[in-house]
Each structure stands twice: as C-alpha cells, then as structure tokens.
Design a protein around this ligand. Structure first.
Ligand SMILES: [Zn+2]
Length: 146
C-alpha cells in the first residue's frame, strides 16, 4: 500500500514537472513568436502569421476560463474514505469544479464544499478535454445534470 502511494506520489511529481516544463516551453515560444496582429509583426513575419489558425479557432486554455467542471458519478474516495457532503450526507454524484487552484465539490443537494485534498493535478487526471462552454457556474452545473 505504501509502495503504491509512493509510486503514485512519484507519478504525480513527474506529471507536475512535465506540465511545468511544457508550460515554460509554451511561454518561451509565445514570447518568441508574437501572435498579436500588430502591423509591425505582420510586416516582419507574414509567413508566421499565416501558419496559425485564426484566434477564434484556437482551443480554450485554462487562462481563458473562469473554471472547469466535471460530473463525477461514482463515490469520491479521498485518502481511503468515501467523501460525503458535510451538510446533507450525500456521497454521489458530484460536480467537481476548479477555480484557479481550488477544487470544490457540489452535491446533489446544491451544497458547495471546498476540498483541499484535491488539486489541479487530480482534476487534470480525471477530466477530459473542454467540450462545452457555459456562461456561469450554475449554467454548467445544470448542463451536467445535477
Ligand atoms: Zn449536500
């Protein structure tokens, strides 16, 4: 058990390290290749501008979004315990949402609970690509059916 936990922590550490490196590389490339459509940029390197998709076709990044959410139907086990809503005792389904680095849980009763034991690494591991955009948290929660 401890070995598995150690291995999992090591995998998480490696994942975070790779994400950090990828983000640093992304930042470096972003600085080297300005994507703004200023006249001087276009004049200096029109071929670079032409190689990129129009901005409206770019995939959304975390920075574009106020938060992300997933529906989590199975019981949420954290540190070996099934997580229950502290207000109503529900244990599933959840909407798990992240704003900045904070992970929150919404139970079927509509109670929001901050969950400090979950983080962006956990969220990324359990979520897929962004499929839908919603104007507000409440719109998103309705859309996932909770
Ligand atoms: Zn509740």
């Amino acid at each position: 058990m401890f070995r598995r936990m150690r291995e999992r922590r090591e995998r998480d550490r490696i994942y975070e390290e790779q994400m950090h490196r990828a983000l640093a590389e992304h930042d470096r490339i972003s600085r080297e290749i300005p994507l703004s459509r200023s006249a001087s940029t276009a004049a200096q390197s029109p071929s670079v501008e032409e190689e990129f998709l129009p901005r409206e076709l770019w995939a959304h990044t975390r920075e574009d979004l106020a938060g992300m959410m997933i529906r989590y139907d199975q019981p949420l086990v954290i540190e070996g315990e099934v997580r229950e809503c502290p207000q109503c005792g529900s244990y599933r389904p959840w909407v798990v949402y992240i704003t900045g680095e904070d992970v929150w849980l919404r139970c079927p009763g509509g109670h929001d609970t901050y969950e400090p034991r979950l983080d962006a690494v956990w969220f990324n591991r359990n979520s897929g690509p962004v499929r839908d955009l919603h104007a507000s948290l409440e719109d998103g929660i309705k859309a996932v059916g909770l």
